[in-house]
Design a protein around this ligand. Sequence first.
Ligand SMILES: Nc1ncnc2c1ncn2[C@@H]1O[C@H](COP(=O)(O)OP(=O)(O)OP(=O)(O)O)[C@@H](O)[C@H]1O
Ligand SMILES: [Mg+2]
Length: 458
Amino acid sequence: MMRETSRQALLLGGQPLEGIAALSLPQYAWQFRRISCLIEAEALLTSSPPPLGVILLEGLLASAPRHLERVLNLVPDLLWVALFPPHSLQDERTVRFIARYCHACLPLPLHPDQANHVLESTLAMASLLGRADSHPGHATPSRAGVSLVGSSPAIQTLMRDIDKIAAVDAPVLITGESGTGKELTARLIHTRSARHTGPFNAVNCGALPAGLIQSELFGHERGAFTGADRRKVGIIESTSGGTLFLDEIGDLPLELQVNLLRFLEDHRFLRLGAQRESEVDVRVLAATHVDLEGAVREGRFREDLYHRLNVLQARTPPLRERPEDIEQLANHFFQQFRREASRRVRGFSHDSLITMRQHAWPGNVRELINRVRRAMVMCEQRLITPDALGLERRNGLSREGVSLEQIRDGAEREAVIAALARNKQQVLHAARELGVSRATLYRLIEKHHLHRTLEERA
Ligand SMILES: Nc1ncnc2c1ncn2[C@@H]1O[C@H](COP(=O)(O)OP(=O)(O)OP(=O)(O)O)[C@@H](O)[C@H]1O
Ligand SMILES: [Mg+2]
């Protein structure tokens, strides 16, 4: 069972709707991320798209049709379900939009059973499309990846750490920015461990509503609370013999942290409403993109749980700390998505490779995947341009709002990165090539925050 895609959806354009609230009840257990503004939706879809989107077309279509079109086109794997008031079908534009961009549609007001059925079947289709794409010879969606691409010292360190961690059975804390490969790292630890034949289940602690998380994780007995008409096996129990990946562990409510701590100590847990504890053999990997130590200091995260989870650590480095991996990653995803792109597209222009190195990649590898995939579909030339990637080439010429100092800084950073990469991170050789002293180059490495790459190589 893969919980990562379980019943999570983006709700776009939504004022609170009665039918939607009903779908969040335990018997349906849908979790909606509500977003009403297209700019916010674009940011979310570029960094961490869910498999399913629900959209209230009416207001958005009237106010920003072109922007809406762009947002609906952004993630090819995401399937949309349109909600519409029956009268809106008299409008041809609405009908065209639904037919062109949506996988299914539902009339308002929503009937929870019917809506649940449609959402379930759309989610199942999204998952099938993902699997079909991942067959050899087809474009592989990012979700199916099971290897780390990259050869920077930082990635080599991570790979070595994964192998060491996979050989033992202790809890692991995986830290790293959004989109850097925390979940991929967790999957690799699982597939390389003795548990690889058991299940791998992922739970996003931040996405589960506080009221549901306890019964989702630990399960409940029949009659444990109003509406619990059957016994429910929790995720921990269903991961027996395998690996449980607790994503965004910093979001786990304090009152559940103690239950998790108990479980980590003796592998025993109590189903909600049960008289006796049960025992299960599960390895726990946890991930966070927030500073857990800070959360401990502020009293939002239990110190004892932090230490229990933090027995082993893995850190997924951000892309800007390993610019030498960008070209390899871009080519890797280019090969994966070849089949869905125009045959004319052959690769990346020199300019786009330089621009990708200059970009700060706040969404990291996930952002890179989305930009490459979109560019492959949209590009009209033989080589992908910075424009098609949605990136602007910084060419050293003055642009509005950019100071000379910023331009100099950018060029300096680029030169240092390139020299270090050409010289296999050997500071002495890179300094010689750049015509500066070793001390000066160290100062520049500090200034541009490039020291981590070197440390990891050492
Ligand atoms: N080194 C890598 N090589 C190949 N693919 C990668 C690499 N790192 C990340 N990816 C891919 O990038 C995407 C994002 O990775 P993943 O979901 O593991 O990141 P994350 O750190 O869990 O992100 P978030 O914090 O947003 O949950 C996935 O499709 C993953 O397969
Ligand atoms: Mg993740």
